[in-house]
Design a protein around this ligand. Structure first.
Ligand SMILES: CSC[C@H]1O[C@H](OP(=O)(O)O)[C@H](O)[C@@H]1O
Length: 369
């Protein structure tokens, strides 16, 4: 997508893969600054403190971290040890472990002396693949927005939570991709943007939408239910960090509450994600998806800019307060209308799939496998 009119991606390789350049998202929306990472440990730090964030993007960053680890030492022991540290930085998004394991599976059978160029080639292919996946998700989701517009004959009001835009991927995004496609194709939309405490990724979403000229309004996380009850929300589209084979979805904390409110107000609730976000090993999301617990300080403080325009953190709570900070929650498939993937819109488990010997071809997730 564009930043000040210039096509920009969140990550790109430099110097034949011996370094990568990222956007430091801890400075957005106040400052747009890029950062060069030339050591795999810098990639680990960038994922941990969320200079890069968003399930697909941390996966791609993990892939490039494996490239840099291979550059440093392509021998099995060192590479496997580095990969272990890379994939364990953040546990909830399946994309990180998926990307690291995909790199290892391609590299370990090779002679160590040939691993670095192979790693660069695969990481580059995965980076391009992510862009294509986001575009396909945008196309698939656009149809849902266009269909709603045909019924409403007025701008479609879409609520989104956190940031699942191009900043969460290499380009285009997941939940925001259908919105960008609709806007670019002349279907009028307006986006309600949840601020998304405690890290306020909604400010990234607002910044992204503003850069593309998409109408939007920032709201407090707790305002979504009221807007839904007042008929101001026509659909919800959010991203995902991990989806189980029955369609339970882990996403940013607060997603579950929006899904409850949408169900109660009979508002379609869609999740947008590449099919690589589906963890086929898991079934019951609430029981099986690991939820990242982040530092209490993120809840007890707030990032912004001070009077001099410097990015600063201010203490919100009185000293010595304690806080719980689960970074994700899980929404059961019964609250999800559909999952927008690069291969079209799929649905959670349907009764027909349970019939003995059923080989139904309905668009349930299992037919995505
Ligand atoms: C396109 S997936 C983005 C997904 O990741 C975000 O989490 P975080 O900002 O902590 O990386 C959030 O869950 C988004 O929906």
């Amino acid at each position: 997508m564009k930043v000040n009119g210039i096509p920009t991606r969140t990550i790109r390789a430099l110097d034949d893969g011996t370094a990568v350049e990222i956007i430091d998202q801890t400075l957005l929306p106040y400052r747009f600054e890029k950062r060069v990472l030339s050591d795999w440990r810098d990639c680990v730090e960038a994922i941990d403190v969320m200079r890069v964030r968003g399930a697909p993007l941390i996966g791609i960053t993990g892939a490039w971290a494996v490239v840099l680890a291979t550059k440093e030492n392509p021998e099995n022991a060192a590479l496997i040890k580095a990969a272990e540290q890379i994939q364990n930085v953040r546990p909830t998004a399946v994309n990180l472990s998926w990307a690291v394991q995909r790199m290892l599976a391609a590299l370990l059978p090779r002679d160590p002396s040939l691993r670095f160029p192979a790693a660069v080639k695969l990481a580059e292919a995965m980076t391009q693949e992510d862009v294509m996946l986001s575009r396909a998700i945008g196309d698939a989701g656009y149809g849902l927005i266009a269909e709603l517009y045909r019924k409403l004959r007025r701008p479609v009001n879409i609520l989104t939570h956190c940031n699942a835009g191009w900043l969460a991927t290499v380009d285009y995004g997941t939940a925001l991709a259908p919105i960008y496609f609709a806007f670019e194709r002349g279907t009028p939309v307006h986006v309600w943007v949840d601020e998304t405490r405690p890290r306020n990724q909604g400010l990234l979403t607002a910044w992204e939408l503003g850069q593309q000229g998409v109408p939007h309004t920032i709201i407090a996380d707790n305002a979504g239910g009221e807007l839904m009850q007042k008929g101001a929300v026509d659909m919800v589209i959010v991203g995902a960090d991990r989806i189980t084979r029955r369609g339970d979805v882990a996403n940013k904390i607060g997603t579950y509450l929006k899904a409850l409110a949408a169900k109660d107000n009979e508002i379609p609730f869609y999740v947008a994600a590449p099919s690589s976000t589906i963890d086929w090993k898991l079934n019951d999301g609430k029981r099986e998806i690991p939820i990242e617990n982040r530092s209490a300080s993120e809840v007890l403080s707030l990032r912004g800019i001070d009077r001099s325009g410097e990015v600063a953190t201010v203490q919100l709570a009185s000293p010595n307060e304690s806080a719980a900070n689960p970074a994700f929650d899980v929404t059961h498939n019964r609250f999800i209308t559909g999952i927008i993937t690069e291969r079209g819109v799929f649905f959670a488990h349907q009764p027909c799939c349970s019939l003995p010997g059923s080989d139904c071809k309905c668009r349930t997730l299992r037919n995505l496998r």
